[in-house]
Design a binder for this molecule. Structure first.
Ligand code: F6R
Ligand code: ZN
Length: 188
């Protein structure tokens, strides 16, 4: 049996004030047009796509870490501020493909909520605020929502094998949405 060479250790600089990751291996960019089907007001999203030339909605900065048991994947998630109609900008949201895997989100900048739902119909929102940590337990789909005026930036850690299952989310969404009404956060 051949002996595999162990992965080499590495270090990465992350500016804990802004969340900027030095030298990411991969940057996932989601634009407004990638969010078709996710917001309640589809016409408002089309206006953003047309008038603002399909702006970047969020970015995920990753290091190449194997998607395999035993590893811990890390990334920085940066969700820009704004609203579609009155609904606050949000990520698509996903379950983990290996549903029994958790995730830690450490918020480094901005404010908002982590919206979470289960297949049994539970839906909860936890506040995301700089220096706050949200624990997403196994089996909860999770979506971050930016209610502030600056990017909502989080450092995320999750098991290597977790994977991303966007499954029913574009069709069913989450049972609750987050709005700004007269400057107030409303979860309805
Ligand atoms: C990883 C994780 C985050 C999100 C990122 C973008 O498991 O939860 O890194 O992937 O915030 O959100 P999605 O993947 O829902 O587009
Ligand atoms: Zn996740």
């Amino acid at each position: 049996m051949s002996q595999e060479t162990p992965m080499q250790p590495f270090a990465v600089d992350i500016d804990l004030a802004s969340g900027a990751m030095a030298d990411p291996d991969t940057v996932i960019t989601r634009r407004a047009s990638d969010m078709r089907g996710y917001y309640a007001d589809a016409d408002a999203l089309e206006r953003i796509i047309g008038e603002q030339h399909d702006p970047v909605h969020y970015e995920v900065f990753e290091k190449d870490i194997p998607e395999a048991p035993g590893h811990l994947r890390i990334c920085v998630s940066k969700l820009y501020p704004g609203t579609v109609g009155r609904e606050c900008f949000m990520t698509k949201g996903h379950y983990h493909t290996v549903s029994g895997t958790a995730e830690i989100y450490l918020c480094l900048q901005g404010r908002g909520f982590m919206l979470m739902k289960t297949k049994q119909g539970a839906c909860l929102a936890e506040r995301m605020v700089r220096n706050g940590m949200v624990y997403v337990p196994p089996h909860w789909a999770h979506r971050s929502v930016n209610t502030g005026e600056e990017p909502l930036v989080s450092f995320c850690v999750y098991p290597g094998e977790a994977g991303h299952n966007y499954g029913d989310i574009v069709e069913q969404g989450f049972p609750r949405r987050v709005y700004l009404q007269n400057g107030e956060e409303v979860i309805a």
